[in-house]
Design a protein around this ligand. Structure first.
Ligand code: NAD
Length: 489
């Protein structure tokens, strides 16, 4: 992987509606996270532009036969799209790196490669969906027929722009829907390139549309559009509440919500401590903690606390911050100055509450963008700001326990239940803890996703409703019609 010059990258800065770049709306400046320089601006789609995209998508569905053609044709078009994404991995990866927190080396071989494979995974569902024949009286035939919704909407966050878009578009299209997607206004441009490649691969124009803009105007208009039959949102819990409310106020539509997390890393004394430290440090360093599943609360049995913390210190000491367009960069910038100030605020409040900083605790100076040191906070309680709130930065709080029940009680967060890590050599204990933890994903003796897209992801409690990935994501893009036929006799 080579460095690239940020000013050498060209891309479309409009909305993408009906296969065309459209540029209506007031424009908002967009900054590169690496140096916070404004490098482009994007138009803000008002309710009129959102309406145009939704209407175009409905017409494209009717015109193209996307939902009614033999499903294997749909699968074939999506497979071609996945191949094209792989062929253009460097170009797409550079655009992703330019405008987001993803360093180029990770963007090309990690994010883009996984997007292509994810689209391929979803394409394979196209001709494997169907309904059921139900048990009824012999003179009746009862069927449950599954159908696509029509035009669905999606709203995505800034932390993994291409991946988050593919998790929404893949299942929606495989199920036979058209989609109108609004990316984050902080990282808007790579999603349009993804949509352009879909059309180039033979997916009919208008089946995958992108509307640009901020949440208050464009996101709200999309959530409220009466012809959006189903909505899928990924972002913070606070915004998820607004989206759910808007969806309910505009004709009732189902919403899938992938929201925030405050996930525990529960380490028992019998665990392989080196492996646990590698997994926990890896989770903290990935995208500098700006990941929904970041394992941000270490809960460790007191007998091994000192040793584990020492191992973590060593692993967290040598990060390589830098601009995302340098191949050597291994550590992501914080997405914006506002987000960095939020981390400052949570750390300052935690310090006032008595938290003791064992590592880091401040920004890494000398870069144009905001970079944050990996941070370890001890002497915290359930009330400490960094334990209570989702930081969305490289901050790990440390709490100790003696007995299993005490550890499980600390692991249970009052608000969030997205993911959890358990480290133990005792499988029985690991499985007991797995059952006890209220989390949508539990990892035992590891802490990260694989390319096993069949495993769904989603939260318990205020971390969300419904699932991305897996069979479940495809099923959520279908609705069911009950048919009862009198066959006499
Ligand atoms: P955010 O909630 O600020 O924004 C997410 C999206 O919602 C953006 O596109 C934004 O423009 C839009 N939005 C904002 N206000 C809106 C409104 N009133 N109506 C409609 N749309 C609106 O979140 P973010 O800062 O972009 O992302 C970080 C958050 O996302 C974190 O909380 C993180 O945990 C969460 N996240 C969750 C998952 C998951 O799978 N559970 C994955 C990634 C990120």
């Amino acid at each position: 992987m080579n460095d690239f010059a940020p000013d050498s990258i060209t891309f479309s800065t409009g909305h993408y509606i009906g296969g065309e770049v459209v540029a209506t709306g007031e424009r908002l400046p967009v900054a590169r996270p690496s140096d916070l320089v404004d490098y482009a601006d994007l138009p803000v789609a008002t309710a009129d532009t959102v309406d145009r995209a939704v209407t175009d998508a409905a017409q494209a569905l009717a015109r193209s036969g996307w939902a009614t053609q033999p499903p294997r044709e749909r699968a074939r078009a999506m497979r071609r799209w996945a191949e094209l994404i792989e062929e253009r991995a460097l170009e797409l990866g550079r655009l992703e790196a330019l405008g987001s927190t993803r360093p180029i080396a990770q963007a090309v071989t990690g994010d883009v490669a996984s997007v292509a494979e994810g689209i391929r995974f979803f394409s394979e569902w196209a001709d494997k969906l169907g309904g059921d024949v139900a048990a009824t009286r012999a003179d009746h035939l009862g069927m449950i027929v599954s159908e696509p919704y029509g035009v669905v909407g999606a709203i995505t966050p800034w932390n993994f722009p291409l991946s988050m878009a593919s998790w929404k578009v893949g299942p929606a299209l495989a199920a036979g829907n058209a989609i109108v997607l609004k990316p984050s206004e902080l990282t808007p441009f790579s999603t349009v390139r993804l949509a352009e490649l879909a059309v180039e691969a033979g997916i009919p124009a208008g089946i995958f549309n992108v509307v640009q803009g901020n949440g208050a105007v464009t996101g709200d208009a999309l959530s409220r559009h009466p012809d959006i039959a189903k909505l899928s949102f990924t972002g913070s819990t606070r915004t998820g509440v607004a989206v759910m409310k808007a969806a309910a106020e505009s004709g009732i539509k189902p919403v899938t919500l992938e929201l925030g997390g405050k996930s525990p890393q529960l380490v028992f004394a019998d665990a392989d401590l080196e492996k646990a430290a590698t997994c926990i440090a890896g989770s903290l360093l990935a995208n500098a903690g700006q990941a929904c599943v970041a394992g941000s609360r270490l809960i460790v049995q007191r007998a091994v606390m000192a040793e584990l913390v020492e191992r973590l210190r060593k692993k967290l000491a040598a990060v390589i911050p830098g601009p995302t367009w340098k191949a050597a960069t291994g550590y992501a910038p914080i997405v914006s100055e506002i987000q960095a100030q939020r981390i400052d605020r949570i750390l300052a409040e935690s310090a006032r509450q008595g938290a003791q900083c064992l590592l880091g605790g401040s920004r890494i100076e000398g870069h144009g963008g905001a970079f944050y040191q990996p941070t370890l906070l001890a002497n915290v309680t359930a009330e400490t700001a960094a334990v209570r709130e989702e930081v969305f930065g490289p901050v790990l709080t440390i709490q100790g326990f003696n007995e299993e029940e005490e550890g499980l009680a600390l692991a249970d967060h009052p608000e969030y239940g997205l993911a959890a890590g358990i480290y133990t050599a005792d499988l029985g204990r690991g499985l007991r803890a797995m059952r006890a933890l209220k989390a949508g994903t539990v990892w035992i003796n590891r802490y990260s996703r694989t390319l096993d897209f069949i495993l769904p992801t989603g939260g318990y409690k205020s971390s969300g409703i419904g699932k991305d990935l897996g069979r479940q994501a495809v099923e959520q893009n279908l609705r069911h019609k009950t048919v009862l036929i009198d066959i006499g006799g």
